[in-house]
Design a protein around this ligand. Sequence first.
Ligand code: ASP
Ligand code: MG
Length: 476
Amino acid sequence: MSTMREDLVVMKFGGTSVEDATAIDRTSKIVRGRRERGRKTIVVVSAMARVTDQLLAAANAAGRGDKAGALAISARLRTRHIETAAQLLENALFVSFQTWLDSEFDSLDDLLRGIAAVGELTPRTNDLVVSFGERLSSRIVAEAFAQRGLNGAHVDARTCIITDNQHGKAVPQETAIEARLAELVLPLVEKNQTPVMGGFIASTAEGVTTTLGRGGSDYTAALVGGGLHAGAIEIWTDVNGIMTTDPRVCPDALRVKTISFEEAAELAYFGAKVLHPATILPAVQKNIPVWVLNSKNPGNEGTQITALSPVCKSPFKSIATKKKLTIIDVVASRMLMSHGYLKAVFDVFDKYKCPVDMVSTSEVSISLTVDSNQQLPEICAELSKIADVKYEGQKALVCLVGEDIRGQQGIAAQVFAAVKHVNVRMISQGASEINMSFMIEESDVDEAVRSLHSHFFANPDPAVFDVEARVTVAAR
Ligand code: ASP
Ligand code: MG
């Protein structure tokens, strides 16, 4: 096993951190700060904010045969990228770079025309279209870094991140990736350059472009950091890290300074916009600390995600919620005791590709919660063939996450005492033993969160939560 490169940091910047010239300039200052502290840097960037969505829209338009619609989207993207580069680069550099940008957009347009002519969009072609987002952003950022004295060196991520051929959500091949990184990226680092690569995009061993799934740039950062045994991975986004709860609901919410991978994974499910922890697994498995940081507030310390949970005096790290849920009650007196019943029920959800959030069962009934969606009437009609079905919308899930629930007594009593004024519809103690969740009316949720937060975070452990922020606010 190769040794850890303590001085190497992989910095990933999301779409908002590279959304325009101002953001890219800010990003370059953050990278400079790390280099001035003697760190070696590798940068992974997302496409500029919203570009992936727009490329997908262009691909879909072309797939429907709407060539004009697809080309119009591409034209707007061309203008945006050229304007950003023009603002970032001095004239001489910009002129040659614009030639390159134009030729890239010309080939994107050719591709869209081809799709429109055939009137069919395959997953493989779709990957090729969306890959332009990161191909372009990474080149612009590399050029901007080169001009700002950061020794930016562009690396086409597709030469390093090798995957299988499952287009849209390809599976990385870590051994091959490690070899490519050692061959193509490490020498640049050793020459004190800053390799800049696009996240999310990859290729098969044969060189066919693939992508790692939406939000996949974090995954790229973890693969690069893991593959090169970096000392740290930094995920730069536009929030201060993971919070004890949504600060808009609860102004008292605190930044969580350190959280375990497992806890972060539970929270991610609630769409905690920060990151999808599954994507940082390659780093966590190698014990590389991952930091979530705010590029609009770079002085903030962020949240550190570690393999093991820190010792914490509070049972919970964070309270998350999920709204717009529907509870479906399936009562099956006719099917009492018959086997294969749960399967029959879940097959219906499977058929409609409808994910189920929470389940609780009794001898004759099953309650399930799902995201409210347009297909509920169809799903329920189909379930009615095997059971009596009722459904009710406008429900919300409250979830408390913390490793220290394990083995502590009386936690459930405290939770339900804190929300004794609200009507609790369903309860589940997470199978992972690190979450406790319950369903209530959507209209009760903010109030319930505030009440739970003031109970469980009245005396937060300063080792784990940023209590200084609270003191500062109180002193104002
Ligand atoms: N640009 C890709 C997306 O929007 C990947 C990423 O940003 O992580 O999903
Ligand atoms: Mg993201």
